[in-house]
Design a binder for this molecule. Structure first.
Ligand SMILES: [Zn+2]
Ligand SMILES: [Zn+2]
Ligand SMILES: [Zn+2]
Length: 452
């Protein structure tokens, strides 16, 4: 049996004879590949779609970020995942170098797949691909392949760039997406500025000075002459008998005449109509390993507290001040608010088990779900790494069962059995808050921890 690291694995047709490699091993599916670090694979499938699917499946297995992967036929999707067109000499040399690099990694089992993938081969970049059949139009195939459970590869990229695991290298495109569904398939359509109907037309109108009638130029034509259809005055001289109004558009719904139409965007996916200015602008970059990513690659894992990006999120000090103020107002005016605490007790365990990026993917899911639950007026604060506080103004504690129910439904939607969320609720006002908001919060959070 040849040693697996001197073999070339060949998936598909027309496998070559081994020249530099000890052996060329033909396989028919990704599942036939051995569970080793740093293997070398070439795919040669006639159907590009099948080849793409095979590649994506391959990268979802834990060790395959370390493999050198080539193809015989390239396509735009493949280019984002592989090391290019197969050439035996290049593949052989590259495989040898990769082996050396992998042996120097401090803790290969624990390295984040995308950091490892970028780190062992400095030619590699995280590239977006444009796919018109995808809701978001641009996708990051390597991220989707390495983290198939991710809700949005774009959000992953943004988060990892923010914490400098990745660095934007080249701006590929800038697109606008729907604020409701993040879809990129938008139709820009001119509408009536009065009633927003799309049923508008360009119309050349005339304005009769005698009676003031304004109407379609066509309706003024009579026996080859211009005559006002209302007062039957003959119109001879523009500027004297009549003129052309500035309003060159007409709405067939409300008959409004106007100079310039409004433009709105209509989402072809979820039908949401949005003012152009309210669309979300996404920058699509090609990316490389960032400063922190470089450090993590060289030195192994570092622990970093991940943050939830909930809308209306404020920092701890600000939250304390608001709580104190709201509490005082509530005492004076006899109002009732709700303070909700959410404890995610297994985050650290989760991170240790699956690594930071999986944790980020989980937090990404939680964020997405929670953002759908809260109102714009709710104030959120990630008070501790694993404790989220939400101040819900004018919400009575008696509504708690409804809310609890919603949160339970939400946690069921998050696809992970290790994920648990403990929710507690506190009625505001509480006179003790006035004595010291920090102490009150410390006690409250202490009780949350004790209750698990
Ligand atoms: Zn109208
Ligand atoms: Zn007239
Ligand atoms: Zn939409």
């Amino acid at each position: 049996m040849p040693s697996t690291d001197k073999c070339l694995y060949w998936l598909g047709n027309n496998a070559p004879e081994a020249a530099m490699f000890e052996q060329v091993i033909r396989v028919t599916t990704v599942d036939d590949l051995p569970d080793i670090w740093g293997g070398i694979l070439c795919l040669s499938l006639d159907d590009p779609q099948e080849q793409n699917t095979m590649l994506a499946t391959m990268f979802s297995h834990p060790k395959f970020w370390s493999w050198s992967t080539y193809v015989v036929q390239n396509n735009p999707y493949c280019e984002c995942l592989t090391d290019g067109i197969f050439n035996e000499k290049v593949a052989f040399e590259h495989g040898k170098n990769t082996k050396i690099k992998l042996s120097k990694l401090p803790d290969i089992e624990k390295i984040e797949p995308f950091v490892g993938w970028l780190g062992i081969n400095r030619q590699r970049r995280i590239r977006p691909v444009k796919q018109l059949n995808s809701l978001t139009i641009y996708r990051y195939p390597i991220i989707e392949a390495l983290y198939p459970e991710l809700y949005s590869s774009y959000r992953f990229i943004v988060t990892e760039t923010k914490r400098e695991m990745l660095e934007a290298e080249r701006l590929v495109d800038r697109i606008r997406v729907c604020k409701q569904c993040n879809g990129g398939h938008l139709n820009y359509v001119e509408v009536c500025p009065n009633c927003k109907s799309i049923d508008i037309d360009v119309q050349t109108s005339l304005h009769c000075f005698t009676c003031g009638h304004v109407g379609d130029q066509q309706s003024f034509l009579r026996k080859g002459k211009l005559e006002c259809p209302k007062c039957i005055t003959q119109l001879r001289h523009i500027g004297v008998d009549y003129d052309r109004p500035l309003e060159t558009h007409i709405c067939h719904k409300c008959s409004h005449l106007f100079v310039e139409a409004d433009t709105i965007s209509h989402c072809l996916n979820c039908d949401t109509q949005t003012d152009i200015a309210e669309l979300i602008v996404q920058k699509i970059h090609q990316l490389k390993l960032g400063q922190l990513g470089e450090y993590v690659y060289q030195h192994g894992k570092i622990l970093q507290a991940p943050e939830l990006s909930i809308k209306g999120k404020v920092d701890a000090g600000y939250f304390e001040n608001i709580l104190l103020w709201v509490n005082k107002v509530a005492l004076r005016h006899d109002e009732e608010h709700l303070l909700l605490s959410m404890h995610l007790p297994r985050l650290e365990e989760y991170s240790n088990l699956y690594g930071d990026s999986k944790l980020f993917a989980l937090l990404d899911q939680i964020t997405h779900r929670l953002n759908g639950l809260f109102r714009d007026t709710d104030i959120c604060c990630q008070y501790k790494q694993d404790v989220l506080l939400v101040l819900m103004p004018k919400t009575k504690i008696s509504t708690m069962p409804v809310l609890q129910n919603k949160i339970e439904q939400l946690t069921q939607l998050i696809e992970d059995e290790l994920f648990t969320l403990h929710v507690s609720a506190f009625k505001i006002p509480d006179p003790r808050i006035n004595d010291g908001v920090k102490i009150w919060l410390a006690e409250t959070v202490g009780n949350i921890y004790a209750a698990r």
